[in-house]
Design a protein around this ligand. Structure first.
Ligand SMILES: [Zn+2]
Length: 188
């Protein structure tokens, strides 16, 4: 009884002493972290109503994976627009890789491939990532490379780290010309 009392008294002392030491150690890094505000990319799904759920799921995957840029659906003022239709050349992202552009979702490819993987992959282009078709299914930017059985719609740690670095200073300043990146997904 008395032994237990002494022990808990020692713990109480240790807890009381901790805040002072802890405050000094934590104080330095805190201001640096709070100055980095996340950039926001507003997107519209109005032109791709069939894929709205997949688009939002893909955007949510990116929002969970990175903190320097945030994707938010908005019916007005969007810098990124998703549209749907038929194009024999397939889906594409026309973008400057800085959050601006148009993502086209091709019906034919959407019938074969996981729709959330398609939208999250195309969104990856808008966030600045290139294609890497030779990668495994665990890689989002391997696109159609791993085949139609691949349902992964999340970036891997390397991909999310790369986007974090690209957006480390908020909206990327030097926006270049827009490029159209077609998806060469093998058929069958
Ligand atoms: Zn691609």
């Amino acid at each position: 009884m008395s032994r237990k009392f002494v022990l808990s008294g020692a713990i109480a002392l240790a807890v009381a002493a901790t805040p002072l030491a802890g405050a000094v150690a934590v104080a330095a890094p805190a201001p640096a972290a709070s100055t980095a505000a996340a950039a926001t990319v507003y997107y519209s799904t109005a032109g791709a109503p069939s894929f709205r759920a997949a688009i939002n799921a893909g955007a949510a995957n990116w929002n969970r994976a990175v903190s320097n840029v945030k994707l938010v659906e908005s019916s007005s003022g969007a810098s990124l627009r998703y549209v749907e239709g038929n194009d024999p050349r397939g889906s594409y992202a026309q973008t400057d890789g800085h959050g601006n552009g148009t993502i086209f979702i091709d019906y034919s490819q959407a019938r074969q491939y996981d729709n959330t993987r398609i939208t999250a992959h195309e969104t990856g282009h808008v966030l600045g990532l290139p294609d890497h078709y030779s990668g495994p299914c665990s890689e989002l930017m391997s696109g159609g490379g791993p085949g139609t059985s691949c349902h992964n719609a999340n970036p891997n740690s390397q991909e999310s780290s790369r986007v974090q670095r690209l957006w480390a200073n908020g909206i990327r300043a030097a926006a270049g010309p827009q490029q159209r990146i077609y998806e060469q997904m093998p058929v069958g």
